[in-house]
Design a protein. Sequence first.
Lengths: 226, 279
Amino acid sequence: MTQEKREIVIPSQFLGDTQQSKAGRGTFVEQGKIYSEILGILNKKSDFINVVPIKGRYDPIEGDFVIGVVEEAMASSWLVDINAPYPALLHVSEVPWDVEFGETDRYLNHGDSVMAKVATVDIERKVNITLKDRNLYKINGGLIITVEPSKVPRIIGKKGSMITLLKKYTRCRIFVGQNGRIWIDGDDDNVAKVLHTIKKIESESLSFGLTNRIENLLKNETQDVQ
Amino acid sequence: MTITPSIKREYLSKLASQGKRADNRKFGDYRPIKIEIGYIPKAEGSARVKIGNTQVVAGVKMDLGDPYPDTPDSGVMTTAAEMIPMASPDFESGPPREDAIELARVVDRGIRESEIIEVEKLCIVPGEKIWMIFIDIHIIDYDGNLFDAASLASLAALMTANVPIQRIKPMLEKLQERYPEIGNYLKEHPDNYTLPLREPPISCTSAKFGNVIVMDPSLDEEEIAEARLTVATDEKGDIRAMQKGLNGSFTVDEIKKVIKASIDNGKKIREELYKIVGK
């Protein structure tokens, strides 16, 4: 980390001039000046000023991998809850199966979980998701937990360092959706270990050197078991 | 409405079939209970109760009122519950809905039917003026088992309540011209005094899913529960109130088991409550 510490900003806090930098996510511009839109952590990347929210719902971005729960099966599509303000639409042409009109509920029904990719987000924030990508399917077995969407990058870690750690020490199958839903599958003791490690990551997400500490923790625990 | 993913149901049922719960509790165990009294200084009595992450604040307010015609010489108690959207994404603002009304009624019944409040001592002028007790319950954070948290908070609030003679004195003195009996009442109670109470009932809630019954269901367990049973028991182990919820059913043996577990847990919670209220 190049930054000394993480600065927390409040809504309408002055962040910079539009001449020197560009307004990114979580900010707004008024009379050539950039202000924060939300309570969050200031993040300056190249020219952009971004504010990463501390808490809040998931804001869908095209290309994100998410975990959704089917709300409703309609004649030629499904409504899927992806932890965003509004449900996402999954059309029959976007699934790997050959679905007859009106038979959507034979494939996915209320309460089923899917791994999906955000296909499009239009200007009204209507979201379409797709299952047509590698490793996307209906989830069977395992467990889904929900964390703050803004904490997802910390759980994945830099270039996936944290998640690789978790997988290595617990031998669980883990899929982290960008929308804050995490799917875990493995034997019960290991799942419990993952759950409590994720809780720790979530509560200490603002501190530095977290990956090393989590590695030590996981190492010690594995030794304890042996 | 948030929807429960069906794999959550499978996961919890799988754990349950191995005799485990998601938070490593035993089936009959409660989450840690924390009671704080005197939480709202302006109320006659108040308490904040935490059961795990569930958080409830209850306040008791007292006022002069007219008795009901069928009970001219006893006080009146009403309970109201408020589920604010801050507590859970499933709660919405507006008039109370079915769940808030059920919550208020279950708490109300536990307190009313156990006759913890000595209503006959709350009469000032028979047939004319009595004390009215308002119990207001606010859900601050919802993580399952609101019934027990709400009734425990209400009890703690009642047990620490003071009858506000000082505040209401000017009004009583004015009324004294019409009802001379008030003079006697004021002579008997010149200052604020603790609300006269009998022994408290403790509500314990169980939920059934699959073939297991768990005490103090967490939010996840409540979401997948098929049936729910709340039993309020008193110090002697007598049942004072009961409420069955949801669509599923209990067998007779299961109900017996639930009642026994409720009495056992009720004992522990009562001790905790006594320790905090100082009785």
